[in-house]
Design a protein around this ligand. Structure first.
Ligand code: HAM
Length: 429
């Protein structure tokens, strides 16, 4: 027997039972971003590998071991995007839309790909909604990004389950000075470091700060602190951000060890974390990347943004049972028609209803069937009402209007009065 075909591990189908929640989530975020004046951008899923190496950093986990990289038929090295910031920067540069200090407030949505070890909340194809802002360099815009996510958590009913962690990485010079001090401190204690951290000491020493090893963490208690190395401009910027979050009443925790896994950040970094999902608790993360555009060949252009993991937020909505009832019902009315004449009349009638009531969610029975089987399907569809059309009804130019969820008795409604009747009990109701 041939091996059955399966999806790739860590790449999931999102089944029809799940898509209403996804669409609710995506629609809520899109509506919120519209209201704050952000505009959507759509980038390709595949880019030249070089783009990610140059932006995310050669010695990050993503670039070293997680990218889906392949040679295309021309021999070019291409990569399935592991995140959206790099491609967004490439796109704004390529189209010159941040030139001359033009402000851009952009957002995107779509699949990202990382060859990580799959587990709950961590997948190889996952989805992000990301936001990137260019040419606004003050803490006011950092605060706006956080404020709007806070509003989103409120709209979704998950505010109590998420916590904001903040840090400032300073300018690249300040970070360089801190990195040197950290390397000096840890080099003198090399034997006490876990193996991974020993390797990172040479490649990406700041990542040692979020080592999972308790011994390494104990050692770090006495290590130099990033806050003591912050340059004045970054310090003032960070104070400005904190003042705004205080004014907006948004609680946060300063985490001096928050460094993020991508190299492009400077100044503000932040993560929204939940303890409701186990190990993969970061639902949204981002920060400022003032040097990135220039590093990729553009004129100096500041940037700040974040991305949220859709799968994790969907899991959180499910865990907290914050699923609006309205999204469960997808059909309002189900038409059952018995006999060929009734089917023909039913088609004409329902198409007229769709013209008259564009918001009506109306399913027409397909595949004929007995009374019993059509009612069963009507009930299973989740519809509030069944419309019944047989030879008797047709002769009288009426339909049987049958409540399926116990809201009253069945009655006959004249064809001509049906739109008005449905408008009253379904569309507005
Ligand atoms: P990131 O921290 O790598 O940042 O990813 C952002 C979010 O995507 C994470 O907090 C998480 O919710 C979700 N995520 C990441 N990897 C996975 C995975 N394997 N499975 C499921 N969800 C995942 C970035 O990607 C930056 N581009 C964010 C940013 C935008 N910074 C500035 N602008």
């Amino acid at each position: 027997m041939s091996k059955s075909l399966q999806a790739i591990r860590g790449m999931n189908d999102i089944l029809p039972e799940q898509t209403p929640l996804w669409r609710y989530f995506e629609g809520t975020v899109a509506g919120l971003l519209d209201n704050y004046g952000y505009r959507q951008i759509r980038m390709p899923i595949v880019e030249f590998t070089e783009l990610f190496k140059r932006s995310i950093g050669e010695v990050t986990d993503i670039v070293e071991k997680e990218m889906y990289t392949f040679a295309d038929r021309n021999g070019d090295s291409l990569t399935l995007r592991p995140e959206g910031t790099a491609a967004c920067v490439r796109a704004v540069l390529e189209h010159g839309i941040t030139g001359g200090g033009q402000v851009q407030k952009l957002w995107y949505i779509g699949p990202m790909f990382r060859h990580e070890r799959p587990q709950k909340g961590r997948y190889r194809q996952f989805h992000q909604i990301g936001v990137e802002v260019f040419n606004l360099d003050g803490p006011d815009i950092d605060a706006e990004l956080i404020v709007l996510t806070w509003r989103l958590w409120g709209q979704l009913g998950i505010r109590d389950a998420v916590k904001l962690e903040l840090n400032s990485l300073g300018s690249s010079e300040a970070r360089g000075r801190y990195r040197d001090a950290l390397v000096e401190f840890l080099s003198a204690r090399l034997d006490l470091l876990d193996e991974d951290s020993q390797r990172r000491l040479k490649t990406n020493p700041l990542r040692i700060l979020d080592s999972k090893s308790p011994d390494t963490q104990a050692l770090l208690a006495d290590a130099p602190k990033m806050a003591d190395y912050l340059d004045e401009e970054s310090r003032v910027h960070f104070e400005g951000l904190k003042a705004r979050l205080d004014a907006a009443g948004i609680p946060y925790v300063i985490n001096p060890k928050l460094v993020r896994g991508l190299d492009y950040y400077s100044k503000t970094v932040f993560e929204w974390i939940t303890d409701k999902l186990g190990a993969q608790g970061t639902v949204c993360a981002g920060g400022r990347y003032d040097g990135l555009v220039e590093q990729m060949g553009g004129k100096p252009t500041t940037g700040v943004g974040f991305a949220m993991g859709i799968e994790r937020l969907i899991l959180l909505l499910e865990t907290l049972e914050q699923i609006p009832e309205s999204i469960a019902r997808q059909i309002d009315v189900y038409l059952c028609a018995f006999g060929e004449q009734a089917e023909l009349a039913g088609l004409a009638l329902t198409e007229r209803l769709r013209d008259q009531l564009p918001g009506l969610r109306l399913q027409v029975n397909a595949g004929a069937g007995s009374f019993k089987s059509q009612f069963k399907k009507a009930d299973k569809s989740g519809a509030l009402y069944a419309l019944i059309l047989g030879d008797d009804e047709l002769a009288q130019q009426v339909v049987g209007f049958k409540p399926l969820r116990g809201q009253g008795e069945q009655q006959n409604i004249a064809f001509d009065a049906l739109a008005e009747h449905l408008a009253a009990c379904v569309v507005q109701g």
